[in-house]
Design a protein around this ligand. Structure first.
Ligand code: MOS
Length: 697
């Protein structure tokens, strides 16, 4: 194969693809280690309570059992700052399923058998696990995920809404969505010679190392985290969860032995985080011309009693549409549940379901086409910060999508199109958006080797997204060489520190560091004589520089999502034969892996719209549908044609590559496009996800 001189923009196959499809790429649990021991957790059977006694006697007598860890004998932690990961340190139970003990044994079967023999006595207390919008204890959090303000207010939305010619006041709900990566959370931990070595499925090795160093009071230099391949993450493998900590406790209990822990699918439903359920009231007011005068978005959602997580659900409403009067609020309810966490486009995904459903309802109320209604309310500047967007091509996405989808001439009348077999047919549209984040703390080292290749080292992560390939393309262009001269090393704390993969900021943060290091190396090579290259090579390092344009522009990627649905008149079954997305996300580094990212996001949005929902049993406080047989995720048969298009967008302000993040953009808006199409098909406005058959009868 001839490689192009300019790698960015080329649809290269992923370099790690052959290793993955032939099974030779090693995931965390598969790493070969000497004399592994296996850990199996014991989980709390009450949602609130106190552990009165832990009976370990029969368990520790089982053949092959090396240790039975309990709150009495488990190794102690040094920091109590993150209550989510302070496990086996006290006798309090904060949620059902919490780890309260564990067995370590020679085989996984023996560990599981021993864990089942551990008996725990509790003094149970009353629990509260149900989110209600009118919960008397709801409160305004001080700190929101992502650093956003809890509330925003401009003008007088209450008065403007009261005076508006056209008004909408609607409440939308989204359920509890569980992280369900293909690769369950897994860890191998080994404690030997005062050093901790971990193979973990992680979105960021340096971030994980820092959190464990703090928790266990260890010098970070004594911890090494290795994570070259990750089988899906979506935010669930970014923050440190109890599973890694339990594996470390196990390793400390049996020094020298590598301790392996892979969560079962059922354990994941209480251990690795989830997207909070939301109750969202959206009020829109418009003049007789269909121009918005007021936008209000009030969110109630849950957090855990033992640790706060506040999702930024209404924040897209601060950016999307022009209106002089506007407000957003976030309120939390503390419940006796596991801690919610980030999940693909946290905040934006549930928030844009509500806002973009409301925009569809408002377009209908104003007698306008939903594409034209959005375009008419396009803000010339960021509507709350009064500054320009670096680039904003929502209108371009809507127009291009409408053309490709065949939107022109659409009859807005609901419930009148029929296809053979008793199906009602409808089409819908929604907008998508995602911020361009840039997280500090990434550095890269590039070394020119004597053989003429360049070793590029950075503690970045490839979650299955194609980072390995795309970042190699960035390095090749920055060094002015072909990609086959680049050897990229990622996923190891022995490499230069890098930010975790989060907020779709990986390419911006790591790519900027790589470009900076490449510039330094090229300058060094130009200034010095190196012929031949010495045996230990010539290297240069750099940190990601700050972006001088950051304060002057609002930076977002945008998109338009179109959906065609069929709803069966007799059964209420919803099918989505066609999704079409057009996205403006700056320069696409690798159109092949980039398309997969957007397509995957849209598919996850379809899954959110029609299938996914955790069902809680309020009597006990746990998710009852805690496996992939009952927690439904869209399968191949649920997904029809999915088209992904990107607009050419030249943004000189975001970063040296001109790229915006695409890992999360594709999921935002999809559920609203489907819900809007369902309304067009049936005349029924579903304001509560998922759109299951019972919503129609
Ligand atoms: Mo993503 S939810 O920011 O890992």
């Amino acid at each position: 194969m001839t490689l192009p001189v300019r790698a960015i923009g080329t649809p290269l196959d992923r370099f790690d693809g052959p290793a993955k499809v032939t099974g030779t790429a090693r995931y965390a649990f598969e790493h070969p280690v000497d004399r592994p021991a296996y850990l199996f957790p014991v989980q709390a059977t009450v949602a609130v309570g106190r552990i009165v006694a832990v009976h370990t006697e029969p368990a520790s007598r089982e053949p092959g059992v090396l240790a039975v860890l309990t709150p009495e004998n488990a190794p102690r932690v040094a920091s109590f700052d993150d209550p989510e990961v302070v496990i086996l340190q006290n006798h309090e139970v904060a949620y059902r399923g919490q780890f309260v003990a564990a067995a370590v044994a020679e085989t996984s079967e023996a560990a599981r058998r021993a864990a089942e023999l551990v008996r725990v006595d509790y003094q149970a207390g009353p629990h509260d696990v149900e989110l209600r919008a009118d919960h008397p204890d709801r409160y305004a959090p001080e700190v929101m995920n992502g650093g956003f303000a809890t509330d925003s207010l401009r003008g007088n939305p209450e008065a403007a809404l009261a005076d508006a010619a056209v008004r909408l006041d609607a409440t939308y709900t989204t359920p509890w969505y569980q992280h369900a990566q293909l690769e369950p959370h897994s860890t191998i931990a080994r404690w030997a010679d005062g050093r901790l070595t971990l193979h973990v499925a992680s979105q960021g090795v340096h971030r994980l190392r820092e959190s464990l160093a703090t928790l266990f009071g260890l010098d970070p230099e004594r911890i090494r985290v290795i994570s070259p391949h990750v089988g899906g993450a979506f935010g669930g493998k970014l923050h440190t969860h109890p599973d890694v900590v339990l594996a470390v406790l196990g390793a400390l209990a049996v020094p020298g032995r590598p301790v392996k822990l892979a969560l079962t699918r059922q354990q994941m439903f209480s251990q690795v985080g989830y997207r909070t359920p939301t109750v969202q009231r959206v009020r829109l007011g418009a003049g007789p011309d269909g121009r918005l005068v007021a936008v209000s978005h009030e969110v109630v959602q849950q957090t855990a009693r033992h640790k706060e997580f506040a999702e930024q659900t209404a924040t897209p409403t601060r950016v999307m549409y022009a209106a002089p009067h506007r407000s957003t609020t976030h309120r939390l309810v503390r419940l006796d549940v596991p801690v919610p966490t980030i999940m693909r486009a946290p905040g934006k995904t549930p928030g844009m379901y509500a806002l973009e459903s409301a925009m569809d309802e408002m377009a209908i109320a104003c007698g306008q086409d939903p594409v034209e209604f959005r375009i008419a309310n396009e803000p010339p500047l960021d509507p709350e910060l009064d500054r320009p967007f670096s680039t904003r091509n929502l209108v371009g996405c809507l127009r291009d999508g409408a053309r490709r989808f065949g939107w022109a001439g659409r009859d807005p009348t609901p419930g009148v199109r029929r296809a053979a077999g008793g199906w009602l047919v409808g089409t819908g549209v929604a907008a998508s958006m995602y911020p361009v984040y840039r997280l500090p703390g990434s550095s890269a080292t590039i070394r020119l080797e004597p053989d003429g290749r360049y070793t590029v080292s950075i503690g970045a992560a490839d979650l299955g997204t194609g980072t390995w390939t795309a970042l190699t393309q960035v390095a090749a262009d920055a060094l002015g060489v072909l990609v086959d001269r680049i050897v990229l090393r990622i996923g190891d704390t022995d490499l230069p520190a890098a930010m975790a993969a989060g907020g779709s900021s990986g390419m911006t943060s790591w790519g900027s560091a790589v470009v900076e290091a490449a510039g330094r190396l090229r300058a060094r090579l130009a200034a010095e004589q190196h012929d031949p290259v010495p045996a230990d090579g010539i290297e240069a390092s750099a940190e990601m520089p700050p972006n001088p344009h950051r304060e002057h522009f609002s930076m977002y990627a945008f998109g338009a999502q179109f959906a065609e649905v069929r709803v069966h008149e007799a059964t209420g079954e919803v099918r989505v034969p066609r999704l079409l997305g057009v996205f403006a996300a700056g320069r696409i580094i690798n159109p092949k892996t980039g398309r997969s990212q957007l397509l995957g996001g849209m598919t996850m949005g379809l899954s959110m719209a029609l299938h996914e929902r955790c069902v809680l049993d309020p009597r006990f406080g746990h998710v009852v549908n805690h496996d992939l047989a009952e927690y439904h995720i869209a399968t191949n048969a649920d997904v029809g044609r999915v088209e992904v298009h990107t607009l050419v967008e030249d943004d000189p302000y975001v970063n040296p590559m001109g790229s915006k993040g695409i890992g999360e953009l594709g999921i935002v808006g999809t559920a609203a496009a489907i819900a809007n199409a369902v309304q067009h098909a049936t005349g029924v406005r579903v304001r509560d996800l998922p759109i299951t058959p019972d919503r129609f009868f």
